[in-house]
Design a binder for this molecule. Structure first.
Ligand SMILES: CC(C)(COP(=O)(O)OP(=O)(O)OC[C@H]1O[C@@H](n2cnc3c(N)ncnc32)[C@H](O)[C@@H]1OP(=O)(O)O)[C@@H](O)C(=O)NCCC(=O)NCCS
Length: 196
């Protein structure tokens, strides 16, 4: 996959920026959340010893831009503390497409940060040099919070993928497929960053 130029998006109270090695303690804290671990961490991280998980998660995300994945930390604008993650993965693996993923740390939930960050990352993916046309995402049917985030960020529900998500335990989950197109009407989630 072609390398991407690391990017920063200012959303006022938070910024989307590339991860750096010093984010490890904040990532370690986030990975203590059962939801983040269950739905986003992946087998390699879950199978690692608890004290090694953050580094195992972080290192490929820092390098992700070089491998065609736009991996943003959601960081508090004042403290620069990481409070979430939004990523556009596999950019142009299928031409003009990417796949989104996100989490928000428990301390920062309840502010619709997931939807705002996902919307901002999508707008950037559609309009920047990436020139994407379609961004998709999926979530287990039991993960209702993720469904709210997707819909609020303008990712329409396209259908159910049976037994799509497989947990490290082997448990399979039917999953919703959502997607947003560059030509869809963008949601109104408040002030947008300059140039978006
Ligand atoms: C999903 C997640 C990112 C949402 O965090 P957030 O952006 O802070 O979400 P908020 O608390 O502001 O809630 C956003 C919406 O989801 C709804 N919601 C949140 N948690 C919910 C739950 N457990 N069940 C049902 N709805 C829920 C809220 O009511 C709100 O709905 P609205 O926007 O339609 O009013 C966060 O819970 C998370 O990181 N979860 C674990 C990781 C994960 O599941 N990532 C997605 C993988 S597909």
């Amino acid at each position: 996959m072609a390398a991407l130029e690391p990017h920063r998006i200012d959303l006022g109270d938070v910024v989307l920026r590339p991860f750096v090695a010093s984010d490890e303690p904040a990532v370690a804290l986030a990975l203590q959340d059962p939801g983040i671990l269950r739905w986003t961490a992946g087998t390699a991280v879950i199978s690692s010893p608890a004290d090694k998980r953050a580094r195992r998660w972080l290192e490929p995300r820092i390098d992700g831009w070089a491998r065609g994945n736009a991996v943003f930390a959601i960081a508090d604008a004042e403290t620069d503390q990481v409070i979430g993650n939004v990523a556009l993965r596999d950019v142009h693996r299928v031409p003009d497409q990417a796949v989104a993923a996100y989490w928000v740390s428990p301390v920062a939930r309840g502010r619709r940060l997931g939807a705002r960050a996902l919307d901002a990352a999508a707008r950037w993916g559609f309009t920047s040099g990436l020139r994407l046309h379609r961004i998709s995402l999926d979530h287990s049917l039991v993960n209702e919070g993720s469904c709210h985030v997707a819909l609020r960020a303008g990712f329409q529900l396209e259908g159910v993928m049976r037994d799509y998500y497989v947990e490290v335990t082997g448990q399979r989950h039917d999953s919703h497929l959502h997607a947003r197109l560059a030509t869809d009407t963008a949601p109104d989630l408040g002030p947008q960053p300059a140039g978006s």
